[in-house]
Design a protein around this ligand. Structure first.
Ligand code: PLP
Length: 400
């Protein structure tokens, strides 16, 4: 862990001890001093929305947002073909069917393919801001408005990033964050749902708290009540997250600085990659590179040999062709089968999104390691120049 991360952790540890000392580990027993409630207020301020609901994962945030928006059986939800599998699983959890949309060279939802995939059954679209890259929200919002779709931004991998001045997660009707171990800020597990929509928020809040009817303001009369499950965030998670949220912008600055260092050496990287286009270059804090040459796939495979570099085609359940649990279509129960309620068949097969597979095969993501000191990142950038020669294997004792 780097210096910034260590300092954050120290404050997180102090906050954790404070919570343990109080002994109130659940948000609603902690009352007025709830860490979760404070985290929600801070998220509202930082992201710029009226409501924030902390939950126990990013997946939970997506499901709660769909429940909040009233999405269900018979509905289609448009999702990108490159995203963590949760984005496609969430619609199924509420009885709706996911429809795959290609990503373009920016690794985010292609607005042209989105327009092509909208049908009369489409109810919502979940654009995903992958790898701290941001979607082109303007055309997505325009297409959604023209077709009456709810837009739920999946900003699980991009909390803090901006699109044309606004933080991602505040542009659509709802935004979802994850705080799992791999995200910009993390508590092992955790998530949040952000929205300016009162009804969506109240429904999601009831759903996340077993259909709560005793909390002030959730439901004004019986007609508004719904049942739910328990997706509540523990106090300890919020205590760990709050100091990290306070230093999020500093972390993004480090990511940006490391991005610039990488870009300086990029012209000398083997295979002549180019950075993937970014929809808000000023605030870019993620880096992926595409190899356009005739052997782009092979160039990407070779380049992925380096520390902190991964070829996107090889990132498991981020690629729709690896979503076996989606493709099998086994329902949770024979009579609760989203595909029985669908008016048409949708294609989840390996050939559904060829443009996505093409770009993922030729593209590598480069970790910008905000936790590493800048000189180390300079070193890593320099090592990207040429293939690092492997040391020749030493002859074994027996062979000598
Ligand atoms: C991490 C992630 C999720 C789900 O988050 P969990 O907290 O692991 O449930 C959803 N979508 C994307 C794009 C993610 O990266």
């Amino acid at each position: 862990m780097g210096l910034v991360a260590a300092a954050t952790t120290a404050r997180g540890m102090a906050a954790t001890v404070r919570v343990l000392g109080r002994g109130e580990l659940g948000r609603y027993s902690a009352g007025g001093v709830s860490e979760v409630a404070r985290l929600e207020r801070e998220l509202q301020d930082v992201i710029g929305v009226r409501h924030a609901l902390a939950v126990n994962s990013g997946t939970s945030a997506l499901v709660a947002a769909l429940v909040g928006a009233g999405v269900g059986p018979g509905d289609e939800v448009l999702v990108p073909a490159y995203t963590w599998v949760s984005t496609a699983a969430a619609p199924l959890a509420v009885g709706a069917v996911p429809v795959l949309v290609d990503v373009d060279a920016s690794l985010t939802m292609d607005p042209v393919d989105l327009a092509r995939k909208i049908t009369p059954q489409s109810r919502a679209v979940i654009p995903v801001h992958m790898q701290n890259l941001v979607c082109d929200m303007d055309p997505i919002m325009t297409a959604a408005a023209a077709n009456g779709l709810t837009v739920i931004e999946d900003a699980c991998q991009a909390i803090g990033l901006r699109y044309k001045g606004r933080r991602v997660g505040s542009i659509g009707h709802a935004g979802c964050f994850s705080f799992n171990q791999y995200k910009n800020i993390r508590s092992g597990e955790g998530g949040a749902l952000l929205t300016d929509d009162d009804r969506l928020f109240h429904r999601a809040a009831m759903y996340h708290d077993v259909g709560s009817y005793t909390r002030p303001g959730f439901a004004t009369d019986d007609a508004d009540l719904i049942v739910g499950v328990n997706l509540r965030m523990p106090e300890l998670s919020a205590a760990v997250l709050r100091p990290q949220l306070a230093t999020l912008d500093a972390q993004l600055l480090r990511r940006r600085r490391h991005r610039r260092i990488m870009l300086e050496t990029l012209p000398s990287w083997p295979g002549a990659p180019r950075p993937v286009p970014h929809h808000d270059p000023v605030s870019a804090a993620g880096l992926a590179v595409t190899f356009d040459g005739p052997d782009g796939d092979a160039d990407a495979i070779a380049f992925a040999d380096r520390r902190g570099v991964h070829r996107l085609a090889d990132t498991g359940r981020h690629v729709y062709t690896n979503w076996r649990s989606i493709r099998t279509r086994n329902p949770l129960h024979p009579r609760a089968d989203p595909y029985r309620d669908a008016v048409r068949d949708v294609d989840h097969g390996p050939d559904a999104c060829p443009a996505t597979l093409d770009v993922l095969a030729r593209t590598c993501v480069v970790d910008l390691a905000p936790e590493l000191p800048t000189p180390v990142v300079r070193l890593l950038a320099a090592r990207n120049r040429a293939a690092t020669p492997r040391p020749a294997p030493r002859p074994s004792v027996a062979a000598r």
